[in-house]
Structure formats: C-alpha cells, structure tokens
Design a protein around this ligand. Structure first.
Ligand code: C2E
Ligand code: MG
Ligand code: MG
Length: 734
C-alpha cells in the first residue's frame, strides 16, 4: 500500500476486503487475507468480527507505515523462507527486481528472478553455488555479510531468526559509507603529509599514516603506544585546545621529537571527527623546520652584518635607544664612537677585495676584543663601525677607549702573506648633551668623524654643537647649488694665462662663478667641495666645459682655454665621451683645450684614470698638472703620465720674495719642466717683483691678479681686441 495513502482510505479498503490485494505494493494487505471466515447468522458476532478485523488491520497498517519510514531495508520471511513482508527501503534497495516480489514467493525464487535479470553480479558464472550460499546464510543468524548489486551499490545484510523460525533481514545500503571510508583512506593513508588521528580526550595516537611513519621514524607500534604529548617538546597543550580561534591555532607552531631525537618545527592542522565511534581529532603536520631556519637566518641578517656577524645599523639604533633609556634613569653617560678606517679604498685596492674582507674581519675582531663585554659594536658601512660605551661619567674615559682602539688597530696586519698597516679616525658624541635620541647621537658622532677626516687621519674628535650648525649650513648650500646648476646660474669667468717672455695672452683658465643676490659671488672654495661630496660636480663640470669650449670657439685661433676637472668626474665615468662630444658640438679644436687636473687624482694610481688621460691626450687635448707642489709626492706623479704643463701652486709664488726655499723649488720645477719638455706656469702672480723673479727663473707662463682677475666672456673679447689693436705684447698685462 502506498505510504502516502491516508489512513482513512486504507481503512475503507480494509472494509472492502480482498480488493485491497489489487495493490502493487505488498504489506499488511497480505497479512489481512488470512483473516478467519465470518460466522454466519449472528449479526452482533459479525459486527464484532468486523471491528476486530478493522483493529487488527489498523495495527498492521501502523506497523507497516512505521517499517516504511525506516531508512534500512527490512524483510520478513516465514519459516519456509517465503516472503511475508518487506518495507519501502527494501524495495528501493533491490529496485532492479523488487517488482517481481510477491507475498508467498520464496527467498530462493526471488533470488533466481533477480539473478536472471543480472541484478547480482557476484553470481555470474556460479549461479547455483551463489544462490546455495546465499540461502544457507539465512540459517546462520548474526553473521553479517555484504553483497554487490548490478547498480554498483553495496549492501550490508544482517539476518536474524525469530522464535517461530521466521527470518528478519536487515539490509543497509553502505555504498555512501564505503565511498566516505575510501575517501578518508585516500586522504589519510595515502596523504603525503604526515597525519595522525588522536583520541580527543587524552591525545592517544590511534591511527597514523605512512607519511608520518617515514617522517618521524617511529614504527607503527611505537606510534600507537604514544600520546601526542609524548612527541611534543615541550609537551604542553594540544593543538586543538579549546578556547583558541582558528587563526590562533594556525599561527602557532609546534616542536616535535623524531625517533632519532631530532627536533622538527611543525604547523599542525586539526579537525575533530569521530573515529571508530569515539571522539577523535585528525591532525596533519606540515614540517616548517627549514622555513623556520630560513626565517631565523633572515631575522639574523636583518639585524647583523653578513661579513663580520656584528650587529648592523638597525640593531645599533635599537640598542642605542635602549641604552639611552637606561642612561636617562641612571644619570650616567653613553658615548657613540664612530670609527672609520683611513683610506680603506686604497688598502682594499692593493690587497684585493677578498683580502680586504679579511682585513675588515681582523679589524672587527680587534675592535671587539679591545672593548669591554658590556660595550656594543656594530658595523654600519664598508669600513665604518660604531661602538657604544655605556656607564661612563667623563669624556676622558671615552678618550682612553678611543686611543686604545686606535693603537690596537694600527698594529700591523699579516693577511695571506701580505702585510698591511692602517689607521682609523674616530668621531665621538656623548649623551646626554650631544643628542638624546639614538638618531641624533649617531648622526653627531658621524659628523664629528667627518670633521676629523677633513683635518687629517688617525685622530679622534668629540662632537661640538658648532659642527652641527656648519653641517646645516652646508646642507642649505647643497640645495641651493643643486638649483643653481639646474638653472645654469653658474658660468665660467676667464683668467688670462700670459706668456712671460712675449707678454701675450696664450689662453684663459675657466673658473666657475656663482653669482648670488646676497653675497655677490659665492667662492669656488665653498661650493666646489660641496659639489664634489654630493656628486653635483659632474653636472656642473659638464656645463662649465661646454660653455668654456663654446666661448673659446669664438676667440682667436691661437687662444686656448683651460678647464678644471675634479677627480670625481673621472670616477663617475663617461668623461672621455663628454669631452669628445663637447668638442664636436662646439667645434673647438682639441689642441685649444687644456684640462687641469690635481695631484689627488693620481693618488690612487688608478689604471682607469691614466687610461682616460691617455685617451684625452690622444685626442689632442693638453693635460696640465694644477697646484703642483702641494701633493704628497708631486714628482712621482710626473712619472705616471706625460703632462703637457705644470702649474706651480700659488703658495710658492707668494713666498718667492721672503723664502729662499720657494725660489729654489721654483727654479727646480722650471728646470725639471725644461728637461721634460713641459710648459711651466706660475699661478697667483700679484706683484711686478714676483713677475720679474719668475721671468729670471725662466718660467714660461704666468697667471695672476697682476695680469687680470677672472672676467666674464664679454670682457675677454674686448681684452683680446685691445691686445690685438695695441699690437704690443704687454698691453694686456702689467
Ligand atoms: P685653480 O684651478 O688653481 O684656480 C686658480 C685659483 O687661483 C682661482 O681661484 C683664481 O681666482 C685664483 N687666483 C688666480 N690668480 C690669483 C692671484 O693672483 N692671487 C690669488 N690670491 N688668487 C689667484 P678660484 O676661482 O677661487 O678657484 C679656486 C679653485 O676652485 C680653483 O683653483 C679650482 O681648483 C677650483 N675651481 C674653480 N672653478 C672650477 C671648475 O669649473 N671646476 C673645478 N673642478 N674646479 C674649479
Ligand atoms: Mg686650475
Ligand atoms: Mg691652481
């Protein structure tokens, strides 16, 4: 009977008796057909019988309805193995052959009908044997078994025998369950991630996958005898601890002990689930040991210098802040010593970069071991270190440390068979006083260092507030200079170079002039060093060169132009190309251009510098050594390159009258120039007496206020015209 048929309707059909058998569905109807015959004659009896029958039918209908609601398939066979009753789920499970079922049909007949329709693939090729087995099982109650159907479903069968020798069969479709189990197996057993299942209450490991066995190295038996706490180090807590959010759990990492005692860092992902009927937690472990190590390395490198392993600037700042906080409370002082190796670049070039690194390591070691344990040392740049000396009362204590460091560093080094001797310069700032924040304190120590370096090497110097004022002034000048170069405010003025024998102007030296509304002209001695320090000299140099060549191209062909070059212009590269391009663009013949370099350019004896000089000279440009005699070994520089001209520094000319040594030096230079075939020019001639003396000494060329100061191009043109029209060589000169 269809389950959706209302009870009333069913009762009606009961009262109609056997017609109910017409229904396709089996069930209680079959049971009612066995009602006893109505006794004849007695109406009361007949009524009572109908009522009893109706009640019985009602009970039966209810029972059947209840059966139909069960999700499991249920079948009742009588003692002869004939079908008495089956529910809706049973009919659905065996839908391939359930339409053949009839009450009274034997189980074997039903099986054969199903086999004939191909409903039982397991019977294929062994029908009789299979049917025999299957029927025999009916009589072995309590033994669960499974069977497969043609539609791919798997059915779990559990049959029981009643006291009347009937059989009650419970049939459960376990296909979904099996799929889930299979998925779980696939997810768990074959997962490449190590996984455990732990009992939720005590963390006992109750299942373990192969990846975990391989990763941890324990045997399955060992694992299954442990709790999760046994392999955690420290054992505290379980990854699924209550009161933690998913993010908190995900963020936490654990340390597990492997069978060989090794520790690994793992991220643990957990899911609660029942396992074998008990609350459990499935855990997946991701080994993040390498990631953690890499993170630790990165964290170390973020705070340390990779070469020496010393703390870097970032950790120096932090430490300085910490020490300052303590110092503020204790009332003591802290000193920052900014230590820089003198001329390290030159040493590095001589030793080569790898030995240069060795030297730095040795320096770091010496600094560290010369300081107290509680002092702090950081490397903040190539050859720059900062030491923090805390817990001091007087500057003298810092001076003692500075001297000790300088003397230790200046002891000779022996590196890979080569020896090296170096010195360091130190700038010192102290707090409180020179800065109450780490940034200011360190900046002031560096400022003190810069001034120490400007004044010589191998010294130390304390910061003074005036230094800061100077630095600020310099910063302002830098900004102003940058704008002035961009706006082409700077331009060359020209100072004549005079042939001392003929008195004729042979050329002009281009000198950069920076007109300023407030100051008239800002002197080159002020802005050239700033331009060199900031690299602005390259842009400035290009502009002055171009302008000088352009102006000179308009002068008579025998009048040359001399342009000053800074060493920085050589190191920034591309100088040769700049000169070549300028000559081409302005049309000035190369022979009319003289480039003045100073001895400092040759200090490092760089091959690249000498090569550039040769290339320029090969173009036809003259190369002059400016300010000759002021360098460390002026004479030796004359051997590094075949100069076309030497310009004797102004200081020798100034001393000419008073100092016989100056005379002797000039005489020697002039004769040296004669011997080498080099023109000798005297700078800074201010008096007739000086001029006379220089002429007597045979000096070829002169330059100085006596002849003229540097003038703008417009005045040069008239100066040259005057010389031209006067025809007299000395008219332009004193
Ligand atoms: P320098 O190349 O030796 O230039 C000669 C300097 O001596 C010039 O100073 C000039 O004005 C000065 N001078 C010339 N005759 C006399 C004199 O009789 N008495 C005195 N007391 N001084 C005299 P200035 O123009 O102040 O330039 C100073 C330095 O600045 C130059 O020395 C040069 O090294 C540098 N400089 C100037 N212009 C440029 C430039 O365009 N580029 C580069 N790289 N340096 C430049
Ligand atoms: Mg010069
Ligand atoms: Mg000079």
């Amino acid at each position: 009977m269809p389950p959706d048929q209302p009870i009333k309707k069913r009762l009606a059909s009961v009262s109609r008796g056997p017609r109910a058998r017409d229904t396709q569905r089996p069930g209680p109807v079959a049971g009612l057909s066995a009602l006893p015959q109505l006794p004849e004659g007695c109406e009361a009896c007949q009524d009572a019988h109908v009522v009893a029958a109706q009640n019985a039918y009602l009970s039966c209908a209810r029972l059947h309805e209840a059966f139909d609601m069960l999700p499991e398939g249920l079948v009742l066979l009588d003692s002869e193995g004939r079908h008495v009753l089956w529910n809706k789920s049973y009919a659905e499970i065996y839908s391939g052959s359930a339409d053949l079922l009839q009450p009274g049909m034997t189980f074997e007949e039903a099986l054969r009908a199903g086999v004939a329709r191909g409903e039982y693939p397991e019977a294929a090729g062994r029908v009789e044997e299979w049917i025999g087995d299957r029927v025999a099982r009916l009589r072995h109650p309590g033994e669960q078994h499974e069977l497969s159907l043609a539609n791919g479903h798997r059915i779990l069968v559990d049959e029981r025998v009643t006291s009347e020798n009937s059989v009650v069969g419970l049939h459960v479709d376990i296909t979904g369950l099996m799929h889930r189990e299979k998925s779980f197996r696939l997810l768990f057993d074959d997962n490449p991630l190590p996984m455990f299942v732990c009992a939720a209450d005590d963390g006992r490991i109750v299942a373990i996958n192969d990846a975990a066995l391989a990763h941890y190295g324990y045997s399955r038996e060992d694992f299954l005898a442990k709790t999760l706490g046994d392999i955690q180090s420290p054992a505290a807590g379980m990854p699924w601890s209550a009161g933690q959010t998913d993010e908190e759990r995900a963020a936490r990492t654990w340390r597990h002990v492997k069978a060989d005692g090794g520790l690994i860092d793992v991220a643990v992902y957990s899911r609660e689930m029942p396992y074998e009927g008990r609350p459990a937690v499935m855990l997946a472990m991701v080994d993040i040991t390498e990631r953690k190590e890499a993170e630790a390395r990165a964290a170390f490198l973020a705070q340390h210098d990779p070469l020496t392993g010393l703390p870097n600037r970032a950790s120096l700042r932090q430490r300085a802040e910490d020490i300052l906080a303590v110092t503020r409370r204790s009332g003591q002082k802290v000193a920052a010593l900014c230590i820089d190796i003198d001329d390290f670049q030159a040493v590095n070039d001589t030793l080569g970069p790898s030995l240069g690194d060795e030297l730095l390591l040795a320096v770091a070691e010496r600094l560290r071991t010369t300081m107290r344990e509680e002092d702090f040392l950081a490397r903040i740049g190539g050859d720059e270190f900062i030491a923090l000396q805390a817990g001091i009362d007087r500057p003298e204590q810092v001076a003692i440390l500075a001297k000790r460091l300088m003397s230790r560093i200046s002891e000779p080094y022996r590196i890979d068979g080569k020896s090296a001797v170096i010195s360091v310069s130190i700038g010192i700032a102290m707090a409180p006083g020179d800065g109450n924040s780490a940034d200011v304190l360190l900046k002031n120590a560096e400022m003190a260092l810069t001034l120490t370096k400007n004044n010589g090497r191998g010294m130390f110097r304390f910061f003074e507030p005036a230094m800061d004022a100077r630095a600020q002034l310099r910063r302002r000048l830098e900004m102003k200079l940058r704008a002035a170069i961009d706006d082409s405010v700077l331009e060359p003025h020209y100072q004549p170079l005079v042939d001392l024998r003929s008195g004729r102007i042979t050329g002009f030296e281009a000198l950069a002039r920076w007109p300023d509304a407030e100051r008239g002209f800002i002197p080159p001695s002020e802005f050239i060093p700033v331009a060199e320090d900031t690299g602005l000299i390259s842009a400035l140099g290009v502009k002055i060169l171009r302008r000088a060549c352009l102006d000179a191209a308009g002068w008579p062909d025998h009048v040359n132009v001399a342009v000053n070059l800074s060493p920085v212009q050589f190191s920034s590269g591309g100088l040769f190309a700049v000169v070549l391009e300028t000559l081409r663009d302005t049309g000035l013949p190369a022979r009319r251009l003289q480039l003045e370099i100073t001895e400092t350019l040759l200090l490092e004896k760089s091959e690249q510098v000498v090569a550039t000089l040769h290339a320029l000279r090969a173009l036809g440009v003259s190369i002059c050594m400016d300010d000759f005699g002021t360098g460390y070994s002026s004479l030796s520089y004359l051997r590094s390159f075949p100069f076309d001209k030497i310009k004797i520094d102004r200081s020798f000319v100034q001393d000419l009258d008073s100092n016989p040594d100056a005379q002797a030096i000039i005489r020697a230079i002039v004769s040296l120039g004669g011997g080498l075939g080099i023109t000798v020019t005297a700078e800074g001639i201010e008096t007739q007496a000086e001029l006379k003396r220089l002429r007597l000494e045979g000096c070829h060329e002169g330059q100085g206020f006596l002849f003229s100061r540097a003038l703008p191009n417009a005045d040069i043109v008239s100066l040259l015209c005057a010389q031209q029209s006067a025809g007299a060589p000395r008219s332009a000169v004193a």
